[in-house]
Design a protein around this ligand. Structure first.
Ligand code: G1P
Length: 296
């Protein structure tokens, strides 16, 4: 089987939960410490061997293109200044991968964004990574999902158990018990069910490895939740029609960057765990919480 090389990252969303920060800056470009969210996601893909990156973009996404392009003026200035470490950081994004761009056009949902990738992907399996979800660097999740897809074919989705009140924010998977290799056969999926109607507690998190059969399924998918074409609905159709859909449990950490509170939690965790700034940040945070934070 051909090794996977392509990844699709939809970045056309408005990021309305993070306004006004996202009025002129794409939410994917907001920094977690000193690196934009999107760079973490692209690094995760390239670490798993996926170096052909297709970004499905929208209006106001120009800063994303600039980030993955060269900035020769700044390069020269840093060379002149003798700042090799900063120069390496500047050049890292453009060296990571070959990045392609396609505009989504009308914002008709995640399924519609993925369908736009059809021509670029052709007849290969590929990964879809959602930028709101960050997965621990070095986590075996994506390499594991790729392995499962290469071994068994079909679709592979990342799952995490969530509480009853959280499931309504996610695609919800109906699974059979785990196989001996730890993967879960998925028999059905429901996009953002009401908590009291959820058919299970496994949430689909933003990592998918998909075969090209997903494209005809997406084309046949009518608008669903929120009037948008949902990837979850197309995958549910494939599962019901007998295409194997496998769930891989993510047991590591996942960080949400899509709303202010989770975004801040993510930034604080990443900062506290960075070898360079972590030790001093942690002691400052500890002091702040104990002595300076307003109570009540
Ligand atoms: C999307 C998917 C949903 C999935 C979620 C993971 O929803 O539609 O099935 O569980 O990502 O983050 P969104 O968060 O874009 O509304």
């Amino acid at each position: 089987m051909q090794p996977l090389s392509k990844v699709v990252i939809p970045v056309a969303g408005h990021g309305t939960r993070l306004l006004p920060a996202t009025k002129a800056t794409p939410k994917e470009m907001l920094p977690v410490v000193d690196k934009p969210v999107l760079q973490y996601v692209v690094e995760e893909a390239t670490a798993a061997g996926l170096r052909d990156v297709l970004l499905i973009t929208g209006r106001n996404k120009r800063p994303i293109e600039d980030h993955f392009d060269r900035n020769t003026e700044l390069e020269q200035a840093l060379r002149h200044k003798g700042a090799p470490h900063r120069l390496a950081e500047l050049q890292r994004p453009e060296e990571l991968a070959t990045v392609h761009y396609l505009r989504q056009g009308a914002p008709q949902g995640l399924g519609h964004a993925v369908l736009r990738a059809e021509q670029h992907i052709g007849d290969e399996s590929f990964a879809v990574l959602l930028g709101d979800d960050l997965i621990d660097a070095g986590s075996p999740l994506l390499p594991e999902m790729i392995k499962v897809q290469q071994r068994h074919g079909g679709c592979v989705l990342a799952l995490m158990p969530v509480g009853p009140h959280e499931i309504s924010a996610y695609g919800c998977a109906v699974t059979r018990p785990a196989r001996t290799d730890g993967t879960f056969p998925i028999t059905d999926l429901v996009e953002k069910p009401r908590s009291d109607e959820a058919p299970g507690n496994y949430a689909v998190i933003g990592r998918y490895v998909l075969p090209p059969e997903v494209f005809p399924a997406l084309r046949a998918t009518p608008p669903g939740r929120g009037g948008e074409i949902q990837l979850t609905d197309a995958l549910a159709t494939l599962a019901r029609q007998g295409t194997p859909v496998h769930g891989v449990l993510h047991t590591g950490r996942r960080y949400d960057t899509g709303d202010p509170e989770n975004y801040l939690r993510t930034a604080i965790q990443f900062g506290c765990e960075r070898p360079d700034i972590g030790p001093t940040l942690r002691s400052w945070l500890d002091h702040y919480v104990r002595h300076e934070m307003p109570r009540g």
